[in-house]
Design a protein around this ligand. Structure first.
Ligand code: SF4
Length: 338
């Protein structure tokens, strides 16, 4: 076991990617990057991270940022509760920890939006505490190393792997956690064939020795996603478009184009918007959330006068001031061409 820990650490030392949040060991930087990386790939996160740090350089400024500006900076990253929780946590750090990022695992874990994985990552990387951070990459690599046919979507399996990793955690816990994740992201890949010939662990990996690397870990047994249909109304009055602030839990406080559930026919739209001067069908989009799948149709509708209950904004104003969720982006791109 020790052998593969050393191999992994040596490999990481030579192959670690240069990432903006690795330039220093600043808990604020590591925290923001870890939260962004929770649901998003590294390539996409780098641009968002750089913008975010430039606009919100420290915990104090994060605690004071307006919700609209925060969501605008997060626009396109998805899972917007992450951004709202960052601000809540920043306020808590200002109030309860004198503005200093807490340096022990339990306090880190007590912050809004920080679960065991993120707390373990920050504690080990920034404070060299003996904590593990177990994400999907870690579990996949671990299961393959030991040839374990387990369902890694199971909470119990996650706990078991965390406890086994804790037993072999070296002194350089932060490097170890990052190394196993990095191996999972760059070599021991989730879909398709892992690059075993480039893997520093190929001689001790039991899945590879047994030619099971594409079978392990077992496919998730999680349930199907809830499917919903929406019609999006791209309402235009002069050079302004109607926007609505979402109040539901999903994408709360983000701005959307008005919409209703179900697919509307052209005649139904004509009937619904009697005051329109022009109607045409717009683009469609399918958007997948963690538990839902949205099928979205749209109509571009020019109206004779503003309809009450909406905010009306030009394309430039939307660009600058309104955070539009990724699910609605194809419709925003479409109206830019009108
Ligand atoms: S040898 Fe292959 S399956 Fe095993 S850890 Fe390395 S990349 Fe993953």
């Amino acid at each position: 076991m020790k052998n593969y820990v050393t191999l992994l650490l040596n490999w990481f030392l030579e192959n670690r990617r240069e990432l903006p949040w690795r330039k220093d060991i600043n808990p604020y930087h590591v925290w923001i990057s870890e939260v962004m990386l929770q649901q998003t790939k590294i390539d996409k996160v780098i641009h968002y991270y750089n913008n975010f740090i430039q606009e919100i350089p420290d915990i104090k400024s994060l605690s004071e940022i307006s919700d609209d500006k925060l969501l605008k900076l997060w626009e396109g990253l998805g899972y917007y509760s992450r951004a709202r929780n960052l601000k809540k946590a920043a306020i808590m750090i200002m109030n309860n920890f004198h503005g200093e990022f807490p340096d022990n695992y339990d306090s880190i874990l007590s912050l809004p939006g920080i679960g065991e994985y993120t707390a373990g990552a920050i504690a080990s990387i920034c404070f060299q505490l003996p904590e593990v951070s177990v994400d999907g990459n870690t579990m996949r690599v671990f299961c393959r190393l030991y040839n374990l046919d387990l369902d890694i979507s199971s909470l119990q399996v996650r706990k078991t792997i965390a406890s086994k990793l804790r037993n072999i955690l070296p002194e350089k816990s932060g490097d170890f956690n990052q190394a196993i994740m990095e191996l999972g992201e760059t070599i021991c890949l989730p879909n398709g064939i892992p690059k075993c010939s480039k893997c520093p662990l190929c001689y001790c990996c039991q899945a590879h020795v047994n030619q099971n690397e594409t079978l392990i870990p077992r496919k998730s047994t999680r349930g199907e996603k809830l499917e919903e249909e929406y019609t999006i109304f791209l309402l235009k009055y002069k050079n302004k478009y109607a926007l609505h602030k979402r109040q539901t839990n999903l994408l709360k406080n983000m701005w959307e184009f008005p919409n209703e559930t179900g697919f509307f026919t052209y005649d139904e739209i004509k009937e619904k918007f009697k005051d329109s001067v022009y109607i045409e069908m717009g683009p469609t989009n399918t958007h997948i959330f963690s538990h839902q799948k949205w099928f979205m149709n749209s109509y571009f509708i020019e109206v004779k006068k503003k309809i009450d209950g909406y905010v009306w904004a030009t394309i430039e104003e939307i660009n600058l001031n309104y955070a539009i969720p990724t699910a609605f982006m194809p419709f925003f791109d479409y109206i830019k061409t009108k």
